[in-house]
Unconditional design. Structure first.
Lengths: 426, 421
């Protein structure tokens, strides 16, 4: 496999596109016991509309997540038990724009990796098993309905976006999942669980060539066609509404405040935009920003406050969240501080310190297998080489940050979602 | 390998020298008995310390300092380990080798930690009133926001009811009303006392040798006027009447929590068997609860069990339809009975043991896991290294698992259901 060295971050990554289309990433970690493998498809909850072999398909909301649950079934076998007997833990998650399956183990890694590749590439859905899954996912939807952190975000997306599928919860709804059939699960699997739409990323004390051999042995050399996503959303910078409010059983009011930004696209320019936006978030309301400190000292936010730049296929936003007795005041303060930064600028010394701090945090984060694996996959899907972040940090200038804040952090692009404690019945 | 050094009476430094990581970790903890009188104060102290020191008197000065240290982090660390509560600070910082121009981060980090611990902002005879009041508000909000996570809330209500005579009923961060009653002078006095008297546990993971770390820490420790008082040993569960509790709230899904007691603690010879029993019963996707109650009967999305070895408490929690309470309870009981009868397949036993072994094998792969394992093991009285623990798990037989299951008695049941359900 091709080896790429990144001395500044102390990493060496092996990367290759296999003849079958699979993107393979191997990050050797000599001297570590743990192994982690992510098998990721570029298919998430927003990708319900696509064409496959000339046929147009509109799948019910929640299909990607439902499919994720069902992939663990194989005829007459219990994959979890087989992995468990190897000492491997397995799980999966579905996000708005990707689905990831992963295993971690200390011994028997190759056998576990083969099982991972096998179960994710083997569709097996029956009427009965699909019916049964509805009961389980219904409970998951119920749990989500009681989780204010999810509700506050999902409701914000519903008012902020007119067309983009981020308006719809990843899980779908009790009604939409009732429309799911084995046939439609098969269509989605055939369209997106094909090597050309997937990444396999391995971290651990491994021989990269062995991993490539296993991937080829399990997936073959032949490339298969990939479904074409329709992305039926033409999203401008306006919103359905800029406020959402509801009451729930929460201890204190919680808010999400977001600013709508243009989607970043893919490739090098996109990642630059992403890091610029990240630094803009840091400068605006990061833990060492004036705004954060003022709001904290005034008691308007507490340590639950946080935020950053979020990008998903076809959308992007600057988002912050926290608990506050006066979220309106937080919102006003953010808008004001953005204006201040834009008109006064960021002193060079502050900007360098901020970049150094962000750099150090990214370096420290590399100790986490799962975070590194996730970032490698997400950045690869966006067409960028994650480990090159040091050079990006060096080249970014504060004027780029200010231009971003000037464009995005405005009254017109701002929406807020609020959940307040349910009133006690007298 | 862990190197343990007694730096002063009651002051233990544990070092895991390791050059594989990109960050170093250093934690400093005072060990306290868990009780109502001081739990809230102990939880509040590190948050107040992080508000300012003499040289870095406010949040801005502190965060700028941390930014200069390449985005180092200092956080509060408050744990409950059996009858003990630990309170302190924990730091994460980039290894020196990634720094520009030979910057020395570890050295600076330790002196900054010394400042935060020993030179807080004070006024008259107490901590800064502003800082204390503001952190009291934050801590109360943290404690109360447990309500936002209905699963955690239900579990905490269950444990509270179950442990009326045991310190395990006291929440990790204390009670909100106790936080509200704290005043700055007595908080400062309490802090000075616990700095003098408590066992201190310091943990370092990183590339520096233990002797270097010890050398850096001595100026900090020598400034504390120590008068060490040893703590009583861990005790098993103190029984009180259990019961069945139902609470109603505006929720879409019911939360069922069961609390069992067992004489087997992490100090017992049967500990590994009980841990294996817990895994086989309710931890992970191959457990009996997951495969039967979720996969076969579709009764829930989330279900699992947890074993608190320091006390000998085993809990089960499930998120279910309001109408399925009775059926779920019967099914949980049936699965436990199956294990008690020895209805355990070789695959189930292997899977349960492998899950524990795999976790233990990878303990040394993450700085946080190393710190967590050794700090907790030493204080909880468990005392085994991961290697010794693995040996004990490998030796567990199905009969021992069944015997461990038979030692469990259902003590308390809690169900959170909808207002109109």
């Amino acid at each position: 496999m091709n080896r790429y060295e990144y001395p500044e971050v102390g990493e060496a990554l092996y990367r290759e596109s296999l003849p079958n289309g699979l993107t393979l990433l191997v990050l050797p970690r000599p001297g570590f016991t743990k192994h982690l493998a992510y098998f990721v498809t570029d298919f998430g909850s927003i990708h319900t509309d696509f064409t496959l072999d000339g046929r147009e398909i509109h799948a019910p909301a929640g299909i990607a997540h439902f499919l994720e649950h069902k992939m663990f079934d194989l005829p007459g076998r219990d994959i979890s038990a087989e992995l468990a007997s190897l000492g491997a833990a397995t799980n999966a998650f579905t996000s708005y724009d990707m689905t990831a399956y992963y295993i971690s183990c200390t011994e028997n890694f190759e056998a576990a990796l083969k099982l991972l590749i096998e179960f994710v590439s083997t569709p097996y859905f029956t009427e009965e098993s699909v019916q049964k899954e509805m009961g389980i996912i219904d409970q998951e939807i119920g749990m989500n309905a009681d989780t204010p952190d999810s509700q506050v975000f999902e409701c914000l997306m519903e008012v902020m976006y007119r067309e983009h599928k981020i308006r719809i919860p990843i899980l779908g709804t009790s009604e939409s999942i009732r429309e799911i059939t084995p046939e439609i699960l098969h269509d989605c699997h055939r369209a997106f669980y094909t090597p050309g739409n997937m990444i396999l990323c391995v971290i651990g004390d491994v021989q990269p060539d062995r991993i490539r051999d296993i991937a080829e042995e399990m997936l073959g050399r032949e490339a298969r066609s990939v479904g074409q996503k329709l992305r039926p959303w033409q999203e401008d910078m306006t919103m359905v509404s800029n406020r959402f409010h509801r009451q729930m059983e929460v201890a204190m009011p919680m808010f999400h405040i977001a600013f709508k930004a243009e989607p970043v696209g893919t490739g090098e320019a996109a990642i630059r935009q992403e890091i610029v936006a990240d630094l803009a978030a840091e400068a605006l309301f990061g833990e060492s920003s004036r705004l954060y400190l003022n709001l904290y000292e005034e008691g308007l936010i507490d340590s639950s406050f946080g935020g950053g730049f979020e990008t998903i296929d076809g959308m992007a936003m600057l988002l912050c969240s926290g608990d506050s007795d006066d979220a309106e005041a937080v919102r006003t303060a953010i808008l004001e501080q953005a204006r201040n930064l834009v008109s006064l600028g960021i002193p060079e010394e502050d900007f360098l310190r901020m970049k150094r701090s962000a750099f150090g945090r990214r370096i420290r984060d590399l100790d986490s297998f799962s975070s590194t694996c996730f970032r490698l996959c997400a950045y690869t899907l966006s067409g960028y080489d994650y480990f090159r972040f040091p050079e990006l940090y060096r080249s970014i200038e504060s004027s780029e940050i200010l231009a971003f804040l000037d464009r995005v952090v405005t009254e017109e692009r701002c929406a807020m979602s609020l959940i307040t404690p349910a009133k006690e019945a007298d | 390998m862990i190197k343990t050094m007694e730096l002063l009476p009651g002051v233990t430094l544990r070092c895991h020298a390791d050059t594989r990581f990109k960050q170093g970790c250093l934690s400093f903890a005072l060990v306290r008995p868990m009780n109502r009188e001081e739990a809230a104060m102990n939880a509040l102290i590190p948050a107040v310390l992080l508000r300012g020191s003499r040289n870095h008197p406010d949040l801005r000065a502190i965060t700028l300092k941390l930014d200069d240290l390449y985005g180092a982090a200092v956080g509060t660390q408050v744990r409950r380990i059996g009858d003990y509560q630990t309170t302190g600070l924990s730091c994460g910082f980039m290894e020196d080798r990634f720094a520009l121009g030979g910057d020395r981060i570890l050295e600076d980090m330790v002196s900054f930690l010394r400042e935060l611990l020993l030179e807080p902002v004070t006024e008259e005879d107490g901590f800064s009133r502003d800082y204390v009041e503001s952190e009291k508000k934050n801590l109360i909000s943290t404690i109360e926001s447990e309500l936002n996570n209905k699963g955690a809330y239900a579990m905490s209500r269950m444990l509270r009811a179950m442990c009326q005579a045991d310190s395990y009923g006291i929440p990790r961060l204390g009670e909100a009303e106790d936080v509200a009653a704290i005043d700055t002078v007595s908080l400062y006095r309490h802090y000075r006392r616990i700095l003098r008297e408590s066992p201190i546990q310091i943990f370092y993971v990183g590339s520096a040798p233990a002797e270097t770390v010890a050398g850096l820490l001595m100026p900090l420790l020598e400034r504390i006027d120590r008068n060490y008082v040893n703590l009583p040993e861990q005790t098993p569960f103190h029984d009180a009447v259990g019961g069945e509790i139902t609470e109603r709230m505006e929720v879409a899904q019911g939360k069922l929590c069961l609390g069992y007691v067992t004489p087997i603690t992490n100090r017992s010879g049967e500990f590994a068997a009980m841990q294996t029993m817990n895994n086989l019963f309710g931890a992970g996707m191959t457990s009996k609860l997951f495969t039967h109650v979720r996969e076969k009967l579709s009764l829930c999305y989330s279900i699992g069990s947890g074993y608190y070895g320091s006390k000998g408490i085993l809990t089960v929690s499930a998120g279910i339809d309001f109408a399925k309470e009775q059926q779920t309870r019967e099914e949980i009981a049936a699965q436990l009975d199956a294990i008690r009868r020895g209805d355990i397949t070789a695959d189930e036993l292997t899977a349960a043991k492998e899950a524990i072994l795999s976790g233990l094998r990878s303990t040394h792969d993450a700085p946080g896991a190393i710190e967590g394992y050794y700090s907790t093991a030493a204080l909880s009285g468990m005392g085994m290294t991961p290697e010794q623990y693995m040996e004990a798990v490998r030796a567990v037989t199905a009969d021992q698992v069944a015997a461990a299951a038979r030692s469990l008695t259902l003590h308390t049941t809690y169900f959170l259901k909808g207002v109109d359900a």
